[in-house]
Design a protein around this ligand. Structure first.
Ligand code: 5GP
Length: 141
């Protein structure tokens, strides 16, 4: 059985404005912000405003609008970075690699021959996150 949604997870706190983030995009459906421990430069997370742990408990009628935002932000990340490709990831439950239990899609701009950085727990400098967020949000403005 899947555990229930915990409203005190870190992304719920970001949604409520209780924790800061480097925002890229926000509307009534979704919020996009920089991953604090990016696996590539300009690694962005897109979360829906509805509370859901993962893909399987996401209300079906909210999926379409959410995926439209994932696509919109992905296009902006590609345009802002000049990426040659994108890796888009979504993990479900610990066994599936999920660490934060509010559904999110990772958007990772990719370049030929440039590998993803390993998960080191190393936080990116705030000024780098701010500069990358500004570059991407400018495309969406
Ligand atoms: P997942 O749950 O898909 O494995 O990954 C969660 C992601 O959230 C990780 O890439 C991690 O770097 C990122 N993350 C964890 N805590 C925070 C936070 O407080 N702020 C931001 N912006 N990203 C976070």
């Amino acid at each position: 059985m899947t555990a229930s949604y915990d409203p005190n997870n870190i992304f719920a706190k970001i949604l409520r404005g209780e924790m800061p983030c480097h925002k890229v995009y926000e509307d009534d459906v979704a919020l996009a912000f920089m991953d604090i421990m990016p696996r590539v430069d300009s690694h962005v997370l897109v979360i829906p405003k509805v509370p859901a742990r993962g893909l399987l408990d996401m209300p079906a009628d909210a999926l379409g609008p959410y995926m439209q935002r994932v696509q919109k932000v992905a296009a902006a990340v590609k345009a802002a970075t000049g990426a040659e490709g994108l890796t888009i990831q979504q993990f479900n439950e610990s066994a599936g690699g999920q660490v934060v239990f509010h559904i999110h899609f990772h958007i990772l701009p990719r370049f030929e021959g440039v590998a993803l950085r390993p998960h080191t727990g190393q936080m990116e400098k705030p000024e780098v996150l701010a500069a990358n967020a500004k570059k991407i949000s400018a495309v969406l403005a």
